[in-house]
Design a protein around this ligand. Sequence first.
Ligand code: NDP
Ligand code: ZN
Length: 354
Amino acid sequence: MATMKGYGVIEPTVSWGWMEKEIPEPGPFEALCSPVAVLPCTSDVHNAHRRQAWPNRILGHEGVGRVEKVGSMVTDIKVGDIVAIPAVTPIWRGKEIAEGLHEHAGGFLGGRYLSSQLDGTFGEYFIIPDADMNLAVVPDGVSIKAAGLVGDMITTGFSGVEGANIQFGDTVVVIGIGPVGLMSVAGTALRGAGRLIGVGHRKLTKELAKQYGATDVVDYTEGDIVEQIMELTNHQKVDKVIIAGGTEDTVNDAYRMVKCGGVISNIAGYDFSKSFNIAVADAGTLVNHVTLTGRLCAGGRYRLENLMALIKTGRLDPTLLITQELHGFEKIEEGFNMMEEPKDESVIKPIVIM
Ligand code: NDP
Ligand code: ZN
């Protein structure tokens, strides 16, 4: 029995580290990949710390892979292809696919296989379901670093933008400007927003928010963010709010700053054990025509090909997010530890290149 190494959750909330597993065999529609580059994510750390994680599961859901083996029904993806990997890799058939809800194909979070139903990209090998529909070959003109960011950071940030339905000239607040929120800022700017206010704290993320198109930044450690934003807008409530960080109370802040008929689009993750605290008055007693929507990151080949077209044509440079470059498979552990809270001032997104 051939075995491989991987870094993952041993017992949720209790222990995580290196583990040894059997190298999996791809099924008819699947591909077996090896990592070319992987990017540790805040979600990997949350997975380790939260009860809802899968035990004995290799972590990792971001990166670029090399196709090592394909199943008998795979026709487009070939052995040797260098591919961008989406964090969401559904099986593209079934009721939710017909409904246009591939993220939850098969049920809540059903499209998210890596490091839940299947071992993730922090292994020496990993399986991608429905390979022809999920893997996107990295085109010439797109670097490995940029390709590594499409499958979660860009697609998630942009899912928040799509949820908010940004229109030309909208005043938009992006709460949380880590790598995901920074991509929401970039996507909101691409969609033609007017005033665009980022909310964060660390100096580097605030600088990058400006580079990606924020007109203003607000620091959540310097007082109530709603008051700070109302000061900036001359007490006009905003059109759209994208939540890409914060706490369970941030949803209430979003209600306090959004106008009647506006949209709150959440992409932040929360611990299942917590509750949201929404004040009836702040939420306009829920008759204020505000839409509250939430998105899991969109996945699949078509999505990633389109996002890589934005990079190839120079409309988006996601690589400013990469603050640390580590080399060698064993460095995955160091990259994972960098994402533990509180993050160092210098860390936005590390990449581990094999
Ligand atoms: P980070 O932890 O890197 O960024 C979080 C951001 O929120 C930082 O800018 C941080 O500021 C800011 N923040 C922290 N506390 C507050 C607060 N009280 N009020 C306002 N802002 C605050 O996370 P990522 O960018 O990697 O991910 C963002 C979120 O998206 C996470 O919740 C993650 O779980 C989720 N996620 C969701 C996915 C989906 O499919 N929907 C996929 C991937 C991630 P600072 O660091 O300067 O203190
Ligand atoms: Zn991620």
